[in-house]
Design a protein around this ligand. Structure first.
Ligand SMILES: O=c1ccn([C@@H]2O[C@H](COP(=O)(O)O)[C@@H](O)[C@H]2O)c(=O)[nH]1
Length: 272
């Protein structure tokens, strides 16, 4: 099954929530774990136990694993394998973006069957030009995986770049959305080219109605966006949106039952 179909099925089964695994040093402290690779591993595997098989998708943030060097990356590889083994979709948040020839190498790492870092999808940055991502989009198509391309990010610094208007009158974000929509044309129910649009962006100011792809919405929880904000930002596009929350769920650890229950509460709040 293609990524868009698998994501739609996962959301139908578990509800629209992605939980992030972001092993911040402060969270390792709060969980009583050492700030080293053994603490990272314990943290990450507790999350796997808590969320695997219980939420639609999990988003490990690669940066927190890379911060521990090759042994940290090995933990990320185990997280990817174990979550996929549990049937939970894995969105690796690595925000890769480069010239096309280098994108092919990132695609080999994150989107190619048999690579230990290949989850079900990866986040990509289009700011070297959307076309530079084509090797990754091709690899995703070939392996039944997906991508989430940054369009309107949740951080306040993003809008000066992403809302800038080009010579054709479209904002940068709208041109990224339109490129993604072109790649998803004809997909049913969802194509494999998703976007990242923060739950914190306020007035959306872009048209997502032709996307035919999933929207990953960070900013829900710790960055201040609520379920009401998600409804206000996305309106009738909300059914295609996958809110993602990391710290606001992870602060309920280290018990895996409490983590799972926090994820369920976050998901249920979205249905109100
Ligand atoms: O626009 C973006 C894109 C990605 N992120 C990532 O999502 C999580 C958010 O963590 P919280 O603890 O829920 O704030 C984190 O990994 C970011 O790198 C984002 O926040 N905004």
């Amino acid at each position: 099954m293609r990524f868009g179909q698998r994501l739609a099925a996962a959301v139908a089964e578990h509800g629209p929530l992605c939980v992030g695994i972001d092993p911040h040093p402060a969270l390792l402290d709060a969980w009583g774990l050492p700030r080293d690779v053994s603490g990272l591993e314990r943290f990450a595997l507790t999350c796997v136990e808590a969320f695997g098989g219980h939420v639609a998708a999990v988003k490990p943030q690669a940066a927190f694993f890379e911060a521990h060097g090759s042994r940290g990356v090995a933990v990320l590889e185990r997280v990817v394998a174990d979550l996929r083994g549990s049937g939970t979709l894995v969105l690796v948040d690595a925000k890769r973006g480069d010239i096309g020839s280098t994108m092919a190498a990132y695609a080999a790492a994150y989107l190619t069957e048999g690579s230990p870092l290949a989850g079900d999808a990866v986040t990509l940055s289009p700011y070297l030009g959307f076309g530079s991502l084509d090797p990754a989009l091709e690899a995703a198509r070939a392996s039944g995986r997906g991508v989430f391309v940054l369009a309107l990010t949740s951080n306040p610094e993003g809008s000066s770049v992403q809302r800038a208007v080009g010579s054709d009158g479209r904002s940068v974000a709208q041109s990224i959305i339109d490129e993604a929509a072109r790649r998803n044309a004809g997909a049913d129910p969802l194509g494999d080219v998703g976007l990242v649009v923060g739950a914190t962006v306020g007035d959306l100011g872009v048209d997502l109605s032709h996307l035919r792809g999933p929207v990953l919405a960070p900013g829900f929880g710790a960055q201040g966006a609520t379920a009401a904000d998600l409804r206000a930002v996305f309106g009738r596009e909300l059914p295609g949106v996958l809110p993602t929350s990391s710290r606001d769920v992870l602060r309920h650890g280290p018990g895996s039952a409490a983590l799972r229950s926090a994820a369920a509460s976050a998901r249920d709040s979205l249905a109100l």
